[in-house]
Design a protein around this ligand. Structure first.
Ligand SMILES: [Fe+2]
Length: 330
């Protein structure tokens, strides 16, 4: 049965993404995805999608490597924040409170069992559009860009993990997110695990990292308005030389329509649309898929691309060779 603590997290609040090709990555997110740059501080650009009420969701940071920095999650209230911080501290994974920063108030920093850096906060800065960005309707955060992929909002994040079970148990037992679906491998371990905060079928996902590394990033996803937008996104990426890894197609697990690309810095980005599908049952039982069911491929039968299990960021040594061999079936 769902309990109060299952509703302590509101949504993914922001992600820091590292890129060794800052200018090209900025072009991808700002010009191709139609995000808006709201701040530039040091080596970082802060970017937002048009239907996001907060100041920003993507902190793009120039770096010698790629991968994910800190992911921020918004709590649903100050009480919820305090409950989750107490649980994180009890689990021994807390780093401590951080002062307010761009877009968010005081936050509590921690890491998951796989070493991914995270933060949780409640106080936030609501975006106030200027004359150039004021929407026609007052119930919308900012003006509809109507260009490029036109990403509406950030939807979810998917991490690679050296131990999916440990990471998932943390999200189930400490963060109190509810499981929606999972893949159980023949050896009993989980190969992937999906968690939801509310009625959207997932917000945080962990997948098995076949390289055995800790703390790597698989992808985050933007939600465009419609399935048609994802088909259009594929054409736009093709036209702009953005590597299309997989899709457009429909997932079997959680049934989202998807497209995966690698942005110029090498990080995987997804465009995903769940259409009208929601998990309305607060006690929806977790759906478990066997290794054999998973091996059947996606919803309409297409097999999962081999690089899905090898490509992650930051790159491991010989990442390109590993990906190439995976595609060649070695
Ligand atoms: Fe995804």
């Amino acid at each position: 049965m769902a309990v109060t603590e299952n509703f302590d997290l509101a949504h993914i609040g922001g992600v820091e993404l590292f890129t060794p090709k800052f200018d090209e990555s900025l072009h991808f997110f700002r010009d191709i995805c139609a995000m808006r740059e709201v701040a530039r501080i040091g080596d970082s650009s802060y970017l937002r999608c048009w239907d996001e009420y907060q100041l920003y969701t993507l902190k793009l940071t120039a770096s010698h490597t790629n991968g994910v920095g800190r992911t921020l999650f918004r709590a649903t209230s100050e009480d919820a924040l305090q409950r989750r911080v107490a649980a994180i501290e009890a689990a021994g994974l807390g780093h401590g409170w951080r002062d307010p920063e761009v877009g968010v108030g005081r936050s509590y920093e921690f890491e998951d069992p796989d070493g991914h850096l995270m933060g949780i906060y409640y106080d936030t800065e609501h975006y106030v559009p200027d004359d150039d960005d004021r929407p026609a309707l007052k119930n919308q955060a900012s003006a509809y860009p109507g260009r490029g992929i036109n990403a509406r909002r950030m939807d979810h994040i998917n991490y690679l993990a050296s131990d999916v079970n440990k990471a998932g148990e943390f999200w189930r037992d400490v963060m109190f997110a509810r499981e929606s679906e999972r893949v159980r491998l023949d050896d009993g371990r989980y190969g992937a695990w999906w968690f939801r905060f509310h009625q959207k079928s997932y917000d945080v996902v962990y997948s098995d990292d076949w390289t055995g590394e800790r703390g790597r990033f698989h992808h985050f996803a933007f939600a465009p308005d419609s399935r048609e937008d994802i088909l259009k996104a594929a054409d736009i990426c093709l036209e702009n030389g953005i590597y299309i890894e997989y899709g457009p197609y429909k997932h079997a697990i959680n049934q989202t329509f998807f497209l995966y690309v690698w942005e110029p810095g090498g990080n995987r980005i997804e465009f995903a649309n769940a259409q009208a599908r929601l998990l309305l049952d607060p006690d929806w039982p977790v759906v478990e898929w066997s290794q054999a069911e998973r091996a059947k491929g996606q919803a309409w039968g297409m097999k999962t691309v081999a690089t899905f299990h090898t490509h992650g960021t930051p790159f491991v040594a010989n990442q390109e060779e590993i990906d190439r061999k995976a595609l060649e079936g070695h």
